[in-house]
Design a protein around this ligand. Structure first.
Ligand code: HEM
Ligand code: HEM
Length: 130
């Protein structure tokens, strides 16, 4: 149950982040791109946090080791870097050094998405689907 919720929540939130980042990359001409980018990425990050809590509970209940494997480490790193990206997303409007924060947000955001996709692939390998 907790494990199924992990897969479900992580799959949905990864799609959400793909959609949120796409809004910033391809739909900049639409006037509400930022609103969509912000909201979709915020909700997806909350979903990802919930998904990780689910698998954490599952592993605790089976008496397994936490974060022991490539998927587990890249997954945790992906989530932390998305959370930092989100913080920078809000902070860039207030920061004194706006261009630097913006550039960091963009690059860390792209990197986070790559790590989410890597985690998905490694997760599918773990459950013998690929
Ligand atoms: C199709 C998608 C996914 C599958 C099939 C999957 C599968 C798994 C499996 C089999 C485990 C290990 C469970 C155990 O040790 O018994 C795990 C743990 C974990 N997964 Fe995923 N996962 C997926 C997506 C993701 C994504 C996208 C992330 C993060 C971005 C993620 C983050 C984690 C973390 C952090 C753990 C370790 C938690 C801990 O050790 O306490 N997973 N996942
Ligand atoms: C998980 C959360 C987030 C991720 C992964 C993310 C990712 C990204 C990426 C990859 C870009 C660059 C797109 C491109 O042009 O190639 C971008 C741009 C941007 N994001 Fe985010 N973002 C997130 C959350 C947020 C939030 C919460 C806000 C605002 C409150 C925000 C505001 C912006 C702005 C203003 C830009 C344009 C920056 C510029 O033109 O330099 N982002 N984001």
């Amino acid at each position: 149950m907790f494990f199924t919720l992990h897969i479900l929540l992580m799959a949905i939130s990864t799609f959400g982040i793909i959609a949120g980042v796409s809004a910033a990359m391809f739909f900049r001409k639409k006037k509400n791109w930022l609103k969509i980018h912000k909201t979709v990425n915020l909700i997806s990050s909350i979903g990802a946090a919930a998904g990780i809590v689910m698998v954490f509970i599952y592993i605790t209940s089976t008496g397994g080791e936490h974060f022991d494997g490539f998927h587990q480490i890249i997954g945790l790193t992906a989530f932390i870097s998305a959370a930092v990206t989100m913080f920078l997303g809000f902070y860039q409007f207030k920061a004194k050094n706006k261009p630097a924060i913006r550039a960091t947000h963009r690059w860390l955001g792209r990197l986070s998405l790559m790590m989410f996709l890597t985690a998905i692939i490694m997760g599918l390998i773990l459950i013998n689907i690929i």
